[in-house]
Design a binder for this molecule. Structure first.
Ligand code: NCD
Length: 315
């Protein structure tokens, strides 16, 4: 059970809360395959998606998740809205309050912006990624994908490789996977690993040979160039040579290790294209499929006990 108004990150989620989300997602995942009609579950609930930053899979995934549960979805048109005319986030929050949405899904380029809005609105808020801070539904879908593929989600050794410094996916995964009882190692060049990250309880390696030893899950991250202000990399070619996941480097990991990537993927920069397509080891497309079920579970759990939902169930 999720007894909270918002889902802003994984840092403060308990093991029980994480498992309740991925257990329900497991049910939705099975029902999606069987094409079960769940459109009455969130009938009458109004969901507004506000994406202040480009997104393909996350936004579409939240839209389909809402549609499958029957929410009324509005995509806030940010390019044409008063945001582009300089409206502050707090003014936006009060505008939204006056429209009586039941749940907001927000992505924003600034860390902390989603929390700020959540404190000012009466409805539930889901963080769909804020700056380099958190992206909780990505971490939850990664945990569920690992459980589906490896049959467990604790006692594993997981390497998160690449641009840790600019990655909200890395942070949310560290919190979530550690709470579930896994060992995490971050792997990357010194310039892309924040100083002091050991304080989060992770091991650090600066080369793939040391980084992938004994590893069950290899998570590869995109170079977040849009968040870099220069000086982090010499060249992409050199980066691929040292850190790009390819067949040779994969040999350092455990023989049954799986490969993950949150997407969008840059083939030939952080990962070799053939390896990404290797269905025996790569679970990258599975992550997208599981993402839909996780978002259905989160929308569902955050609106349990909602008066409109109760009314709908009584009908
Ligand atoms: C990630 C994000 O936006 O943080 N992508 C995603 O949500 N699927 C990772 C990325 O952009 O590299």
């Amino acid at each position: 059970m999720l007894n909270r108004k918002d889902l802003l990150g994984t840092a403060d989620l308990s093991k029980e809360e994480i498992l309740s989300i991925i257990d329900l997602a497991e049910q939705y995942s099975n029902e999606n395959i069987k094409n079960v009609n769940n459109t009455r579950i969130l009938k009458n609930i109004t969901q507004i998606n506000l994406f202040f930053e480009n997104s393909t899979r996350t936004q579409v995934s939240f839209e389909i998740a809402g549609t499958k549960l029957g929410t009324n979805i509005v995509n806030f048109p940010l390019k044409t809205s008063s945001q582009s005319k300089g409206e502050t986030l707090l003014d936006l929050a009060s505008t939204l309050n006056s429209m009586f949405p039941d749940i907001l899904v927000i992505r924003h380029p600034k860390s902390g912006a989603v929390q700020l809005i959540s404190e000012k609105v009466k409805c539930s808020v889901i963080n769909a990624g804020d700056g380099n801070h958190e992206h909780p539904t990505q971490a939850l879908l990664d945990a569920q994908t690992i459980r589906k593929r490896l049959g467990r989600i604790s006692g594993l050794k997981i390497a998160i490789c690449g641009d840790i410094a600019h990655s909200r996916v890395a942070r949310s995964n560290i919190f979530c996977l550690k709470t579930l009882g896994n060992k995490i190692r971050v792997v990357g060049p010194k310039t892309l690993i924040p100083r002091g990250i050991e304080s989060l309880g992770v091991e650090v390696a600066h080369n793939m040979f040391d980084g992938l030893q004994d590893i069950d899950v290899v998570m590869v991250l995109r170079l977040q160039k849009e968040r870099m202000d220069g000086g982090f990399l010499s060249s992409e070619r050199e980066y691929f040579h040292h850190y790009g996941l390819d067949e040779k480097k994969m040999q350092y990991a455990n023989p049954n290790a799986i490969i993950m990537h949150p997407g969008p993927m840059n083939r030939g920069i952080e990962i070799d294209g053939d390896l990404a397509d290797d269905i025996n080891r790569s679970v990258i497309t599975k992550q997208v499929e599981v993402g839909l079920a996780i978002r259905m579970a989160v929308l569902d759990l955050l609106t349990r006990g909602h008066p409109l939902r109760k009314k709908c169930q009584e009908q």
